[in-house]
Design a protein around this ligand. Structure first.
Ligand code: HEC
Length: 110
């Protein structure tokens, strides 16, 4: 009896492991996307580089001055006021861009 329960637990644990592994693949990993596509200009910690004119994502005032839609628009179509923020509409899906704003850019100021 004890062996059966242990066996069941192992099977359940393995099933959970499989399910979590699969769902992690379904959802794009926003942090990895940021490291790959954005960190070279925005720095891994989001503070940016003065010489590149990238904004400091850890600045709460900067965050408060921007709406999610504005940031999504800038990432999708690019922005060329101070420096050159490239457009990512061909490289990333709308879902990935939204996730980068809500899960990465916004989180730098928390
Ligand atoms: C080649 C360098 C470069 C890369 C790569 C880059 N950025 Fe930028 N980004 C900039 C610059 C420069 C600005 C400032 C543009 C301005 O204010 O005119 C900027 C601005 C922004 C802003 C603020 C937009 C606004 O409306 O004020 C966000 C958000 C942003 N980038 C996110 C990202 C994300 C997410 C990625 C990766 C998918 C990325 N950037 C990749 C250079 C870059």
């Amino acid at each position: 009896m004890k062996g059966t329960i242990t066996g069941l637990l192992i099977v359940c644990g393995f099933a959970l492991f499989l399910v979590s592994g699969l769902s992690a693949e379904d959802q794009p990993d926003a942090t990895a996307l940021f490291k790959k596509n954005c960190a070279m200009c925005h720095k891994a910690d989001g503070k940016g580089y003065a010489a590149m004119h990238t904004p400091d994502f850890t600045d709460k005032e900067w965050q408060a001055s921007k709406k999610d839609e504005e940031l999504i628009e800038s990432i999708t179509n690019g922005k060329k006021d101070k420096g050159t923020m490239p457009a990512f509409d061909k490289k990333l899906s709308p879902d990935e861009i939204k996730l980068l704003v809500t899960d990465v850019v916004r989180k730098f100021a928390e």
